[in-house]
Design a protein around this ligand. Sequence first.
Ligand code: IDP
Ligand code: MG
Length: 140
Amino acid sequence: MIERTLSIIKPDAVARGLIGEILKRCEAAGLKIVAAKLLHLSAEQAGAFYAVHKERPFFASLTEYMCSGPILVSVLEGEAAISKNREIMGATDPAKAAPGTIRRDWGKDVEKNAVHGSDAPQTAQWEIVFFFKPDEIHSR
Ligand code: IDP
Ligand code: MG
C-alpha cells in the first residue's frame, strides 16, 4: 500500500551537513520526497510535537535539542513508506542500530540520533498535518 510518512533530519545532522546524504538514502530506498522544508522549532513547537513523551525523563533535554538548530522536515511517499523509513533509519539507539542504517552511520547517541520517522499510520497522519498544509504536498 502506498503510504506517507513524516521524516525529520534533526539539528545535529543538519549542522554536520548530512541533509543530502540522508535524503539520498531515502530516495535510494524508493521513497519519494513529496514535501520538504527547513524549520527552526520554538520550544513550544518541539514540546507539542513530542507531547507523547512528556512524562519521560528525557523530555526536557529532547525538546531543547530539537530546537537547538534548524531541522529538515519532509513527507516521504511510497510502498509501505512508514516501515521502510523506520528500516533505513535503524534503532533509536545508534549503538544498537543495524549496520548500514542512517542512525548507525550518523547518530551520535540515543538522543542525538540524526533522524525522526513516524511509527504508525495514525502518527504519520498527525505528524504530517503538524508540519504541512495539504497544498504543500506534491505527489508525483
Ligand atoms: P524513535 O525516534 O526511534 O521513534 P522514541 O522512543 O519515539 O524513538 O523517542 C523519541 C526520541 O526521543 C528519540 O528519537 C530520541 O531522540 C529521544 N530518546 C528516546 N529515548 C531516549 C533516551 O533514553 N534518552 C535520551 N533521549 C531519548
Ligand atoms: Mg517515536
